[in-house]
Design a protein around this ligand. Structure first.
Ligand code: NDP
Ligand code: BG6
Length: 515
């Protein structure tokens, strides 16, 4: 008999559980932005395609720019054509588009929020039923606070409290810009919403391969005996992008690679890789282990020579054979900007499992290619039966989880080259999602929007988790802010980051992988 408590769990259940959500209106704040166009609209479209939206579904897009409904709808069609994993199906879009509206207003303008409430009340009146409101805050973090406060003051946050149509809020990352602002946000949230209404999103947790990390680690016995300081030499986590800052200067200049990617996505990958086994798969047990792990990370050494951190900005270079400008030449970027587009950290974890094992994290824009992976490099075997020489080409055994693209995992081993002589060569054992399961799996945002609609918080971040992560990162950002552009390295677009980032590893006789 299946265990019914577990079969209700999102890690174990398919998307079909979401059928039957109450009538819902999703309100997106920051709707004229990059995230809405590239991810949110395509995700909502694909949910509609899979028949996973409630029968009565409405979309209200909200931002400061003034955009007529019909222009917004044709922008939505463009974004589906450009970014959806599936081609546009006119019928599917029509059923969403005819109930999609645009409202312009300031994020600190209470009257605009009162208008929004009236619009939702009108939807309910026409429908003759209550609807749940899911507010999606997709703006730069500097305006999270006024939006949350106005959701409270306008009464939008407390609509249908205690019922299945209760309002919910998804808050994008980075959650604040430092430890202090994260605490302020957690405080505002706790005054305006009940915790079960709140979904702090990190879309990496919605990626299939990130969820698979828990399965790989805890549903197999092959890894656990190796997963500790006795066998692991170092861990490298890379989240590299070939994209530049594009049209997102307004957000990115306030953020930079460390706040944009390291504080959230790479720290989540690190927590899931290094945490202890949770006692069960329920949301709180997993989050408890992640928080314990984050708290065991030692403060970063900050300083120019033997510090644990390196930052850099991309210069001009070639991406896919095309010449691209450097960060300081991009539209909307201050030519004197000290915002980093690349960040690398060396972390130490002070616990029984990981003491002495360096964890290297790096993330950058305009790098050699788009790739995210977690690589566990094992120690070399003892003795010198096969010591590296011309005959013995040897590599350290490495278990690598490819988060994207080309999702899967690889084990790097040394093998004998067939022949009369004993010569060796590193070889790879591969597991590829696309080969085993086929391609076209749901995008992270599809999964996460659905989970929020039904109120399942497993794949979202808890308040103390985000504070534990900021506790590590904030001193670093403060340090960089205090020294201006001093020590800012540069790397050519299309390369693998600045030379200085090799120093972090050379000091321990390690080298970055070329994923
Ligand atoms: P954008 O820079 O595109 O900004 C989104 C919208 O917010 C803009 O269209 C603008 O709307 C408004 N805005 C921009 N700058 C400011 C400002 N200084 N003050 C007030 N409003 C402003 O950002 P993204 O859409 O890329 O990102 C939004 C959020 O989503 C961020 O928190 C980001 O971390 C997160 N995110 C983004 C991803 C992506 O791929 N883009 C992926 C994952 C998360 P208007 O002026 O019309 O009000
Ligand atoms: C977002 C960042 O959180 O993640 C963006 O704000 C980045 O700067 C994006 O481009 C990357 O997401 P993905 O899913 O393409 O790796």
């Amino acid at each position: 008999m299946p265990d019914t408590s577990e079969s209700r769990h999102p890690f174990l259940e398919g998307l079909s559980k979401h059928r039957g959500s109450p009538p819902t209106v999703i309100v997106v704040f920051g709707a004229s932005g990059d995230l809405t166009a590239r991810k949110l609209i395509p995700a909502i479209y694909n949910l509609g395609y899979d028949n996973l939206l409630p029968a009565d579904f409405y979309l209200v897009e909200f931002s400061r720019k003034s955009i007529p409904d019909d222009v917004f709808r044709s922008m939505a069609v463009d974004s589906i054509n450009q970014f959806s994993r599936r081609e546009l199906d006119g019928g599917v879009w029509q059923s969403i588009g005819e109930r999609a509206f645009y409202q312009s207003g300031g994020y600190d303008d209470l009257e605009a929020f009162n208008q929004l409430r009236k619009r939702i009340e009108k939807i309910e009146k026409d429908l003759g039923r209550p609807v749940q409101s899911l507010f999606y805050i997709s703006t730069p973090p500097s305006v999270f606070k006024p939006i949350l406060e106005n959701l409270g003051k306008s009464g939008l946050a407390s609509r249908h409290l205690g019922e299945k149509e209760a309002s919910k809020v998804i808050v994008e990352k980075p959650f604040g810009r430092d430890l202090e602002s994260a605490r302020v946000l957690n405080d505002v949230i706790s005054r305006v919403f009940q915790e079960k209404q709140v979904f702090r999103i990190d879309h990496y947790l919605g990626k299939e391969t990130v969820q698979d990390l828990l399965v790989q680690r805890f549903a197999n016995s092959i890894f656990e005996p190796l997963w500790n300081r006795r066998y692991v030499e170092c861990v490298q986590i890379t989240v590299a992008e070939d994209l530049g800052v594009g049209s997102r200067g307004g957000y990115y200049e306030q953020s930079g690679a460390t706040r944009d990617m390291i504080q959230n996505h790479t720290m989540q990958l690190l927590s899931l890789t290094a945490m202890e086994p949770p006692v069960s798969l329920d949301p709180e047990s997993i989050r408890d282990e992640k928080v314990k792990l984050l708290k065991a990370i030692q403060p970063l050494k900050l300083g120019p020579e033997d510090g644990d951190v390196v930052r850099a900005q991309y210069g001009e270079g070639l991406i896919g054979g095309e010449r691209v400008p450097g960060y300081l030449q991009e539209e909307g970027i201050d030519p004197e900007s000290n915002t980093e587009t690349y960040s690398a950290l060396r972390l130490s974890i002070n616990n029984w499992r990981w003491e002495g094992v360096p964890f290297y994290l790096r993330s950058g824009k305009r790098m050699g290619r788009r790739v995210s992976e977690i690589a566990i490099q094992l120690k070399c075997p003892p003795g010198n039966l096969f010591s590296a020489s011309e005959k013995f080409d040897l590599a350290a055994n490495t278990i690598a989880f490819q988060i994207q693209p080309d999702e899967g995992s690889t084990v790097l081993l040394n093998a004998k080259i067939p022949g009369l002589e004993t010569r060796t060569q590193p070889v790879k054992m591969h597991f590829r999602y696309s080969t085993t399961f086929g391609s076209n799996t749901p995008e992270a945002y599809e999964r996460l929007i659905l989970d929020a609609m039904i109120g399942d918080s497993t794949l979202f971040i808890r308040g103390d988790e985000t504070e534990a992560s900021w506790n590590l990162i904030s001193p670093l950002n403060d340090y960089w802010d205090s020294i201006g552009r001093r020590g800012m390295e540069s790397y050519a677009s299309g390369s693998w980051g600045p030379l200085e980032s090799e120093r972090l590893l050379w000091q321990n006789r390690h080298q970055w992988r070329r994923p």
